[in-house]
Design a protein around this ligand. Structure first.
Ligand SMILES: O=P(O)(O)O[C@H]1O[C@H](CO)[C@@H](O)[C@H]1O
Ligand SMILES: O=c1cc[nH]c(=O)[nH]1
Length: 251
């Protein structure tokens, strides 16, 4: 599906780069705009703040989706229709198992615990990232000497029923997290599996690199100042990976 004017993002093919970053918090788009050169804010409608700028000479678009798989895939779908070929989710995750707060976690796949991905491809289809892009993310994080971990994520729709204990979910959150950790799952978020499956259905590449900012077992959070500084490192590493993926040797 190619489009001339995106319904919700309200921009056209000439406004976007070949690569895009997807973030939840729209404040991260403004931070990204400060880290890029000649960044232009294209849209603020519905909080889907979107900017295009340059990093290491490569044109990159950064879009915020807020929270959750349904709207995250709308944003990916519209950008893919406008011509974006490569996507990196740069967000935050909850820790599972051995993962520690402050680590930069790269997804090698994701448990499809959300419902949106099944509207793109049946549940038998694996939620896996683009492997070349994932290698670029791992190289960028290593080059920046950041604490890192790679592994499988789990993505869910119900924050207060599946990720944070309120007594309302079908099973206790601690039990779900223990079961996942035992199977080697390293992080939980709300969008990665849907983005991987939708990207495969749309024929574009996607990867996910997230900062572990909340402990899944205790709900301890990273301190604000430390998290803000780490989010800037997250954006720089993601941009570097995309710029490297776009460099002539790779395209
Ligand atoms: O840090 P961002 O990108 O907002 O992502 C994470 O934060 C939100 C939940 O706190 C969810 O959207 C989750 O996936
Ligand atoms: O609490 C959190 C933190 C990051 N990502 C989530 O999905 N939940």
């Amino acid at each position: 599906m190619s489009i001339n004017n995106a319904w919700y993002l309200r921009c056209g093919p000439d406004d976007v780069g070949e690569s895009a970053v997807l973030v939840g918090d729209r404040g991260r788009v403004h931070l990204a705009a400060e880290l890029m050169k000649d960044a232009v804010i294209l849209n603020e409608d519905r909080g889907l703040t979107t900017a295009t700028g340059f990093f290491d000479g490569e044109r990159i678009t950064v879009s915020a989706f807020g929270m959750g798989a349904p709207i995250a895939t709308v944003v990916l779908h519209e950008l893919a229709g406008l011509g974006v070929r490569r996507f990196v989710r740069l967000g935050t995750v909850m820790t599972l198992g051995e993962t520690r707060l402050g680590e930069f976690v790269i997804a090698h796949g994701a448990v499809r615990g959300e419902s949106t991905s099944a509207s793109y491809l049946p549940i038998e289809f694996p939620a896996v990232p683009d492997f070349a892009l994932t290698r670029e993310l791992e190289a960028a994080v290593q080059a920046a000497e950041l604490p890192t971990r790679s592994g499988i994520y789990a993505s869910y729709d119900g924050f207060y029923t599946e990720m944070f204990e309120t007594g309302l979910g079908a099973e206790p959150v601690s039990q779900r997290y223990e079961r996942l950790a035992k199977a080697g799952v390293v992080a939980a978020d709300m969008e990665t599996s849907a983005l991987f499956v939708a990207a495969r259905a749309l024929g574009v590449a996607a990867g996910s690199l997230c900062l572990a900012s909340v402990a899944g077992d205790t709900n301890e959070k990273m301190q604000h100042a430390e998290r803000v500084a780490a989010e800037a490192q997250l954006l720089r590493a993601g941009f570097a990976a995309l710029a490297s993926a776009m460099a002539p040797a790779h395209v």
